[in-house]
Design a protein around this ligand. Structure first.
Ligand SMILES: Cc1ncc(COP(=O)(O)O)c(C=O)c1O
Length: 411
């Protein structure tokens, strides 16, 4: 019989790191890893840590395991394996991409970046001023802490070449309508680069439906090893400049756009992410025979509903504290936000509160989280930052009970 709500205890059993007394609310900084991923990394290093280029047994096995990881990540985004590049991180992938498409720009061309994005999808693009590109900033509305479409529309024109924006901020957690924004940018002849890093652990991503040109996310934020994933439309990747050895075949984007090469054991481990999703699906919907995308969507729907219920409790708790300023939506509705909650407390240092939480076994963060432009635009003291509580599906209502008990006397 199918389960209609997430069996959180079943999920938690896959994450060995959840065994201790610490409660984990720092998922936006990086999620924990299920045994399916750890097993694959260990198996690779035990049995096939050799050059994956030859036809001896362990080399064939190595190549096959890396291929499975790449295919899993392509399926995760609904892309073709030839349309993805796995690199060491999103920051590194954006940096390389910004160099690989430099020749697309001429002086006077315009690139739009936001003051909400993490620096990864920001600084590398701003450096295009070096070749005469004009940078325009899509600024968040400080009253809502959100980017508004009308403000973007005012920046778009026939010189707009690229708009780089976030699917969901790692500070504020609001979800943007990427499909609609992309259509607006395409209408003036521009392209989009979407940072989906803070989104991928919470909702499924379908690059084909969104019609995005480039999209990035980091595997370690959705239960995988510490790697970054770049999707690019095939016809656009074909126009990028090689960032690796001259002799690499032109259609081998995975290598051309990753000058340092991939960490093989982690690339193989990536297949464990989708294996975990499949295990969760089998447990909740036994005996069904669905394609991967339907299974992925089904699992993410369970995650989203559970995360919404956790988020609602924390938002209600914070709303009752007059000393608290929340950045972003006070409504937990899963269509509008993910389970990333940032706030400050009047007259108190975020970092000091965090230290008191850490001492009680609450893992969370107080920082600008490399989104310093967003922090400044929200009017927060840049040195002290915000307190951020970020959850994913394996957080339990027990975790929230413990968190609130620790937080209450501090705020
Ligand atoms: C929204 C967002 N974008 C980009 C990044 C950078 O990702 P990476 O560490 O893979 O470079 C982060 C990391 O925290 C992030 O939260």
């Amino acid at each position: 019989m199918s389960l209609t709500t997430l069996d959180v205890e079943f999920c938690r059993r896959h994450f060995l790191a959840l065994g201790g007394s610490q409660i984990f609310f720092e998922n936006a900084g990086g999620t924990l890893v299920p045994e399916q991923v750890i097993d694959r990394v260990r198996d690779y290093m035990t049995e096939s840590q050799v050059q994956p280029a030859f036809s001896f047994k362990s080399s064939i096995l190595a190549a096959e395991r890396i291929r499975q990881g790449t295919e899993a990540m392509a399926a995760f985004l609904n892309a073709d394996p030839a349309e993805i590049v796995i690199g060491s991180s999103t920051t590194s992938n954006v940096y390389v991409l910004s160099h690989a498409i430099r020749h697309w720009f001429k002086p006077g061309d315009e690139v739009v970046v936001t003051n909400q994005d993490h620096e990864a999808n920001n600084g590398a693009w701003r450096r295009l001023t070096e070749i005469g590109v004009v940078i325009k900033e899509w600024q968040l509305n400080p009253d809502t802490a959100e980017l508004e479409l009308a403000d973007l529309e005012a920046l778009l024109n026939d010189r707009t070449r690229l708009v780089c924006f976030t699917y969901c901020s790692n500070i504020v957690g609001s979800i943007y309508d990427v499909k609609e924004i992309t259509a607006k940018v395409h209408a003036v002849g521009g392209l989009v680069v979407v940072d989906a890093v803070a989104y991928a652990g919470h909702r499924s991503i379908d690059v084909k439906t969104l019609d995005v040109d480039f999209l990035l996310c980091s595997l370690y934020k959705f239960f995988g090893p510490h790697l970054g994933l770049l999707y690019g439309k095939r016809k656009l990747l074909a126009k990028t400049q090689n960032q690796c050895h001259d002799f690499i075949a032109h259609d081998n984007h995975a290598v051309r756009l990753n000058p340092g090469g991939i960490c093989h054991e982690l690339g193989a481990g990536a297949a464990g992410i989708t294996a975990y999703f499949d295990a969760v699906h089998r447990h909740h919907y036994p005996g069904t025979n669905l394609g991967f995308r339907e299974r992925l969507d089904g699992v993410y729907k369970l995650f989203a509903t559970h995360e919404e219920s956790l988020t609602r409790r924390i938002l209600q708790f914070l709303a009752a504290k007059p000393s608290v300023t929340l950045y972003g939506r006070s409504n937990a509705n899963k269509d509008g936000r993910v389970a990333v909650i940032s706030f400050t407390v009047a007259g108190k240092s975020s970092r000091k509160i965090a230290e008191q939480l850490w001492a009680q076994g609450v893992a969370m963060g107080a920082d600008d989280f490399y989104a310093a432009r967003c922090i400044a635009a929200l009017g927060v003291d840049a040195k002290d930052g915000v307190l951020r509580l970020s959850m994913v599906h394996y957080n339990s209502h027990d975790d929230v009970d413990k968190l609130l008990a620790c937080l209450d006397p501090l705020i």
